[in-house]
Design a protein around this ligand. Structure first.
Ligand SMILES: *Cc1c(COP(=O)(O)O)cnc(C)c1O
Length: 386
């Protein structure tokens, strides 16, 4: 992370989100840095830029901001969250093994199964919410341990520091996908992870108008691999998307507070209804993992999972009746979205594996936006009434 002499070193998250990563303005006095829409740079320039695939002022600004927000020394940005996952995966070599939480993002699973296996990387999936299974990490001695917390879509919470202790005892690198929690609510590196991965498409940018990914770490060795992957694998973002994400992240703290407050309120009201079979939200006191969630996260974020005891057909009909919740994949934007994991985000996982992991046909996943909570509740009530 680049030190910025104009920002006090003890400035808080909200202040750093706005003031760190504002370079390349001095010649003009522009309050906001411009978008550098250029493919190449004149040799010998003071910033050391050469070609946009290997660097842009817009990447550097965003990298400095995100490194600061994740309490990391380094950050590299990519074209998408999946590009960030690819960058880490290609840091491995044939013969390496990954121990992965079993309930991971569907496209991470697809990349592991359909791409990494071709290069002779072994992957073993384990339920890492159960401490009895930590022993597998010690037995397998993998190169990498892949975590997500809260998980998608079951919102399981993994004990990051406990797992990191076991992984480090056998020399494994710990990757934590922090997309669902966000940099405001959870700092994986402070909890013991070696790499914190973000799909900045979600809460970091927060406005559903740009894709992006980032990997943050305190490891010079991994940072070198990430910078190499950015340019050598062609995983770089566009300067425009980086600029949009730099704009979006400035309001991350305000947004996350509202996402979390709205989601907690909806979860509480849903749980009180007799026609709701189960509700999963990290910060519901009835959640068996509530204490662990509170230990790792400062609020519950905006993702909420409900089972109305519906069949697949009934669940899809309920989703169609919602008006303010748009049926769509993705999450983390200001607008509320709703998704049917079994037929949407997790459709690429074979049914038996999906159901064994708990992703059943009746589950409905809400990405609760920052609209007024009473409007959101009225929408859910009318859709349930029909
Ligand atoms: C969306 C998502 C990704 C992938 O990010 P893209 O920007 O869509 O490529 C990875 N992990 C999680 C948890 C996600 O939600």
């Amino acid at each position: 992370m680049k030190e910025d002499p104009t920002v006090p070193s003890d400035a808080r998250f909200e202040t750093r989100a706005i003031h760190i990563g504002q370079d390349y303005r001095s010649e003009t006095g522009a309050v906001i840095p411009p978008i550098y829409m250029t493919s190449t740079y004149e040799t010998g320039n003071p910033g050391g830029f050469d070609y946009t695939r290997s660097g842009s002022p817009n990447y550097r600004n965003l990298q400095n901001t995100l490194a600061s927000l994740e309490n990391a020394q380094h950050c590299t940005v990519f074209a998408s969250g999946v590009s960030a996952i690819t960058a880490i995966a290609f840091g491995l070599k044939a013969g390496d093994t990954i121990v992965s939480e079993q309930n991971i993002y569907g496209c991470t699973y697809r990349l592991f199964e359909r791409v990494l296996r071709k290069f002779n990387v072994e992957i073993e999936y384990v339920d890492l919410a159960n401490p009895a299974n930590y022993a597998r990490i010690a037995e397998i001695k993998p190169a990498l341990v892949w975590l997500e917390s809260p998980t998608n879509p079951l919102l399981k919470i993994l004990d990051i520091s406990a797992i990191a202790d076991v992984a480090h005892s056998v020399g494994a690198t710990v990757v934590m996908d922090n997309t669902f929690a966000s940099s405001l609510l959870q700092r994986p590196l402070d909890l013991g992870a070696d790499l914190s991965l973000l799909s900045t498409t979600k809460y970091t940018n927060g406005h559903s108008d740009a894709l992006g990914g980032a990997v943050c770490s305190n490891s010079a060795e991994w940072q070198e691999k990430m910078i190499f992957a950015q340019k050598a694998l062609g995983l770089q973002p566009s300067p425009f998307d980086s600029w949009l994400t730099s704009r979006g992240v400035k309001t991350e703290a305000l947004r996350m507070e509202r996402h979390s407050a709205n989601a907690l309120e909806l979860a509480t009201r849903l749980e009180a209804r007799a026609d709701v079979k189960s509700v999963r939200y990290p910060f519901l006191p009835s959640n068996p993992q509530y204490e662990l969630a509170k230990k790792q996260m400062s609020a519950g974020s905006g993702m909420l999972l409900a089972d109305f005891g519906h069949t697949q057909e009934q669940a899809l009909a309920f989703i169609r009746r919602l008006r303010l919740f748009t049926q769509a994949e993705s999450l983390g934007g200001i607008e509320s979205l709703v998704c049917h994991p079994a037929t949407m985000t997790h459709a690429s996982i074979p049914k038996d594996i999906r159901e064994a992991a708990g992703v059943t046909d009746g589950l409905v996943r809400f990405s609760v936006g920052i609209e007024h909570v009473e409007d959101l509740w009225a929408d859910i009530e009318q859709a349930l009434k029909a």
